[in-house]
Design a binder for this molecule. Structure first.
Ligand SMILES: Cc1ncc(C[n+]2csc(CCOP(=O)(O)OP(=O)(O)O)c2C)c(N)n1
Ligand code: SF4
Length: 289
């Protein structure tokens, strides 16, 4: 079997992100994580919505689909259902994932489709030139809010934990090794995995979200002694989203339930073993008295 290197997952397209954008680091670590997994690129489908971050599939050699703003998750779920053998990765920005696409989150989690969802959370709409996003902090002034945002930001980590996700982690490109580790771990998790990446927007993002500011506040959950099997503690730590920058695995279900594909296979096997008797369906419509 061929041993793949990170370069095998990089396409010939040159990224057109702004110099210094955090998404470059995400692309680099992603290709490293894929090399560790060593699945050939033609066995990987990489789906995204629309945004600067959503360009990422095009910079890889995996099959890619840069879909519609906010709709990466439904399309990725369909692809996984149609071909369960594929390794399915999904990329979004915080606008794509938590605003227009926010309604899909609870459902992808409860279905427990085996895919890895990577959100490049820069707390701003980058592609459309710097409007407020759902993770922008209250008071943030942008081109679309010159008096400052009136609204509280959403908390993506707490959302995912509350919805019941089996794998929830956070990373940043300032710690490439740590980010590669959680992306690899998320891909290996047998079920839905969510990775929030604090990926700075150098052009429209505010100073306190940039790499320099991140370096001053980042704290490793592993070094803090956090037990990733402790979901309630993970939720308590996730409450600090927006004030602290914790990196690593918040929660990894120690006894992962069957993923959706496995449940479908079990249902098929049950039908095969005991096929419905022709005519049974009529009983549904026949009054019992
Ligand atoms: C249905 C629809 N609504 C709005 C847009 C415009 N639009 C494109 S990308 C985007 C937001 C991008 O922000 P985010 O998802 O956070 O990604 P980033 O560019 O910051 O990586 C918006 C509003 C669109 N393309 N389609
Ligand atoms: S606008 Fe922001 S998110 Fe988009 S490429 Fe530039 S730095 Fe990156």
């Amino acid at each position: 079997m061929k041993i793949h290197t990170a370069n095998d997952y990089k396409s010939d397209l040159k990224p057109i992100w702004c110099p210094g954008c955090g998404d470059y680091g995400v692309l680099t670590v992603l290709t490293r994580a894929l090399a560790s997994i060593n699945r050939p690129p033609h066995e990987i489908a990489f789906i995204s919505g629309i945004g600067c971050s959503s360009r990422i599939p095009g910079y890889t050699t995996a099959y890619g689909f840069n879909t519609v703003h906010g709709r990466a998750l439904p399309i990725a779920q369909g692809i996984k259902l149609a071909n369960p053998e594929l390794l399915v990765l999904v990329a979004s920005g915080d606008g794509d994932g938590f605003s227009i696409g926010g309604g899909h989150l609870a459902h992808v989690v409860r279905r427990n489709i085996d895919l890895t969802y990577i959100v490049m959370d820069n707390q701003i709409y980058g592609l459309t030139k710097g409007q407020l996003s759902p993770t922008s902090r209250q008071g943030l002034k942008t081109v679309s809010s010159n008096q400052g945002s009136l609204e509280e930001p959403v908390n993506p980590l707490l959302y995912m934990l509350a919805f019941g996700a089996g794998y929830v982690a956070q990373g940043t490109p300032i710690d490439m090794a740590g980010l590669a580790k959680i992306i690899e771990d998320g891909i290996r998790y047998p079920g839905f995995a969510f990775i929030n990446v604090q990926s700075p927007c150098i052009t429209y993002g505010e100073a306190e979200s940039q790499m320099k500011a991140q370096k001053e506040k980042v704290e490793s959950l592993e070094k803090m002694g956090h037990d990733p099997a402790d979901r309630l503690r993970a939720m308590a730590l996730a409450q600090e989203y927006g004030t602290k920058l914790y990196t690593g695995v918040f929660y990894r279900n120690p006894a992962p339930p069957p993923a959706h594909g496995e449940r479908v296979a079990q249902r098929h096997a049950a039908y095969k073993a005991s096929p419905p008797v022709k005519g049974d369906i009529l009983k549904l419509f026949t009054p019992s008295v």
